[in-house]
Design a protein around this ligand. Structure first.
Ligand SMILES: NC(=O)c1ccc[n+]([C@@H]2O[C@H](COP(=O)([O-])OP(=O)(O)OC[C@H]3O[C@@H](n4cnc5c(N)ncnc54)[C@H](OP(=O)(O)O)[C@@H]3O)[C@@H](O)[C@H]2O)c1
Length: 344
């Protein structure tokens, strides 16, 4: 496979040692190296005479590594600076004060955490429905207990803030199946006061109206794909017409005059974020593709990035992700949003 070169070219360095075959394995490993470019094994000249040179080489290597790390750090710094500039450009101030409604929910709590991790860009206030949810989020003072169906409870929570991410949703619940022999399909219901008309329409309109009173600069509404199809099976759950009410709420926001971004998500799953290529679509076309899912972590990241990049404003898009390993994970959100052209 490969040839052993004669040691003639380096005899002065190696003469005090016997031959390759006499060297003990650790020593031979030290003195010989695979030269991939030449397809030969050749001696590494790190004999005692050359230890000094070798140390210098190692130091140079470490210095190059350190320089590369410094370069990466500079790149990270400038990326952060670009994001800060983008937020300032987008919202005309450096720290954006963001309300996350539904911060106790499965995506809401991730969005709340992600925003809190960026104090250079955001100040955050989380809205939850119960004291229990507040405790689960750590009980911080920036978490308010509210009910979106009661606008008065929203007023204090929204005052002094700039932007809103809406991650509230009605939640269909399965009825206990008392007689499995009779039931072909599970039945669903909504809690009293928690059906889609009350939560996904009235509750969301309340949020838009109170945001408007407070001069909010941006509303990010998380909605759902499937709104184009009145006969979508989700509409039959608990006779709630959930997608129909969500779509009505989108329309209300679009007509409200508030700067908005509407994200119509695919089926959510609790898997790791930042690992997948994200796709943006229009008009439920992605429902007919092989990609229908989106990790909650990725959805939360999209919400954060929407606030950073002005290219996402006044746009509505469907979103799903490719499986891990298919395509490159999405990192450049400015370009991701720039390619979206649909306002509704
Ligand atoms: N699940 C999916 O596959 C899917 C698919 C497409 C789109 N989406 C959309 O994606 C978003 C996030 O979904 P998710 O599954 O992460 O959410 P989730 O866990 O179901 O959370 C929804 C949150 O809304 C809150 N909420 C409900 N009624 C409220 C009220 N009257 N006042 C205040 N808060 C209220 C709930 O509070 P409590 O914690 O107190 O109940 C809950 O925290 C939702 O907008 C959903 O419509 C979901």
């Amino acid at each position: 496979m490969f040839r052993l070169p004669g040691f003639s070219g380096c005899s002065s360095k190696l003469s005090r040692f016997n031959t390759w075959s006499n060297l003990s394995p650790p020593a031979s490993r030290r003195f010989l190296a695979w030269d991939a470019s030449a397809h030969v094994i050749c001696p590494l000249l790190n004999t005692p005479d050359t230890v000094h040179d070798s140390n210098k080489g190692r130091n140079r290597h470490r210095e190059r590594e350190r320089e590369r790390e410094r370069e990466r750090e500079r790149e990270r710094e400038s990326e952060r600076e670009r994001e800060i500039c983008a937020v300032m450009d987008n919202h005309h101030r450096s720290i954006l004060k963001v309300v996350v409604a539904g911060a106790g929910g499965r995506t809401g709590r991730i969005a709340y955490r992600k925003l809190k991790e960026r104090p250079d860009l955001f100040q955050v206030r989380g809205l939850v429905r119960s004291q229990e949810s507040k405790e689960r989020l750590g009980g911080a003072n920036d978490v308010h207990v509210i009910d979106i169906t009661k606008p008065d409870t929203l007023r204090v929570a929204f005052s002094g803030m700039d932007a809103l991410i809406v991650l509230t949703s009605s939640i269909p619940k399965m009825k206990p199946n008392l007689n499995p022999a009779l039931a072909n399909r599970p039945d669903f219901y909504f809690d009293e006061g928690g059906n889609p008309e009350q939560v996904d329409y009235i509750g969301q309109v309340n949020q838009f109206e109170v945001a408007k009173e407070n001069g909010f600069q941006h509303i990010v509404l998380v909605s759902s794909m499937g709104g184009k199809y009145p006969n979508h099976p989700l509409n039959s759950l608990g006779d709630g017409n959930i997608l129909i009410w969500k779509r009505k709420s989108e329309e209300y926001l679009k007509e409200s005059g508030l700067p908005y971004t509407i994200i119509r998500s695919g089926l959510l799953e609790d898997s790791e974020g930042g690992k997948r290529e994200l796709l943006a679509g229009v008009d439920d076309e992605l429902l007919h593709s092989k990609y229908r899912r989106l990790p909650r972590e990725d959805l939360a990241e999209i919400c954060v990035q929407v606030l950073i990049h002005k290219e996402a404003r006044f746009k509505t898009f469907d979103s799903v992700a490719k499986p891990v390993g298919e395509g490159m994970p999405t990192r450049d959100f400015k370009s991701f949003f720039s390619k979206i052209t649909t306002s509704f």
